[in-house]
Design a protein around this ligand. Structure first.
Ligand code: PBG
Ligand code: ZN
Length: 328
């Protein structure tokens, strides 16, 4: 056999493979660890989430413990989700000054001043009906009236010390509304990372157990994107950038690798991939069953996202990766 191209020439030794690898290794600063913090009377609450083994609902005190351990291992970025004590139809818990996220943010920023604290901006966890916006009597989720509550939520989080707000509601015009409200409150320096390409996905199931945020009626298909639409994802991204988004999230990540690549090639802002709860649950479940080599599948799934163009990754594996020394 004579051939000019011999692909195997550069695969012969570990040193060669390291040398020729196109995708850089995972860095600690690439990783964003999600935490679920619960406003609970029980200060020792540390409830494992049944559908996400290894992930917990935490009280403020337990959150502080978990984050302290993770920071020791090199964790640099977190994103916070809240479970309030009470839900209502105005999502009061999302925007009040002593809401659970506001308290958690103050606590973490005080104890770990250099930790980059990102806060998720949405209403579903705080609404009695579990939708991401205000629900009309006819079952419709109202867009424009919701913007005011989202803006209030973002401002109260930023006032509590959030380093970056991340709206995940998918209402039209929310980035502009939040930007305007932040600027008006003297918070022009707080960046917005918008979940611009967020699909109506079955992969969010375990998250809704963790955040107790499943919609009581209907679904999210009238605001989150149809999984079949790639061109529309680009329109969402450009709309959010025009409204002032500083960074963009693609979510879910793995099954939407094509979107990630398209967004990366089309824009010059930071692109974050969100490996969501269902992606985590699938890998963990197969790993716990001994059906796959969990550590290798975990690393390969994240390498795929970096190869696909992600600048950062929100992943429930972040703590595990740091604990195992798998990020530089
Ligand atoms: C809130 C929100 C959701 C997720 C992030 N923010 C749930 C949803 O839209 O139903 C999902 C994250 C995950 O599955 O890990 N809007
Ligand atoms: Zn929501």
């Amino acid at each position: 056999m004579s051939s000019f191209f011999r692909g195997r020439r550069i695969r012969q030794t570990p040193q060669m493979r390291d040398f020729f690898r196109e995708t850089p290794p995972l860095l600690k600063e690439d990783l964003i660890m999600p935490y679920f913090v619960v406003n609970s009377g029980d200060a020792s609450l540390e409830q494992e989430i049944a559908t996400m083994p290894g992930q917990y609902q935490l009280s403020l005190a337990k959150l502080e413990e978990h984050v302290a351990k993770a920071v020791d291992m090199g964790l640099k970025n977190v994103i916070l989700f809240g479970v309030p004590a009470k839900k209502d139809e105005q999502a009061t818990g999302a925007w009040k000054e002593d809401g659970i996220i506001q308290r958690a943010t103050r606590l973490l920023k005080k104890r770990f001043p250099s930790l980059f604290v990102i806060t998720d901006v949405c209403l579903c966890e705080y609404m009695s009906h579990g939708h991401c916006g205000i629900l009309a009597k006819n079952g419709q989720v109202l867009n424009d009236p919701t913007l005011e509550l989202l803006a209030k939520t973002a401002v109260s989080q930023a006032k509590a010390g959030s380093d970056m707000v991340a709206p995940s509601d998918m209402m039209d015009g929310r980035v502009a509304a939040i930007r305007e409200a932040l600027d008006g409150a003297g918070l022009a320096n707080t960046p917005i990372m918008s979940y611009a390409a967020k699909f109506a996905s079955a992969y969010y199931g375990p998250f809704r157990d963790a955040a107790q945020s499943a919609p009581a009626c209907g679904d999210r298909k009238s605001y989150q994107m149809d999984p079949g639409n790639g061109r529309e994802a680009m329109r969402e991204v450009f709309a959010d950038l025009e409204e002032g988004a500083d960074a963009i999230i693609v979510k879910p990540a793995g099954p939407y690798g094509d979107i990630l690549r398209q967004v990366r090639d089309a824009v010059d802002v930071h692109v974050c991939a969100y490996q969501v709860s269902g992606e985590y649950a699938l890998i963990r479940a197969a790993g716990l069953n001994g059906w796959v080599d969990e550590e290798r599948v975990m690393m390969e799934s994240l390498q795929g996202l970096k190869r696909g163009g992600a600048d950062s990754i929100i992943t429930y594996f972040a703590e595990t990766i740091l604990a195992k020394g798998l990020a530089r």
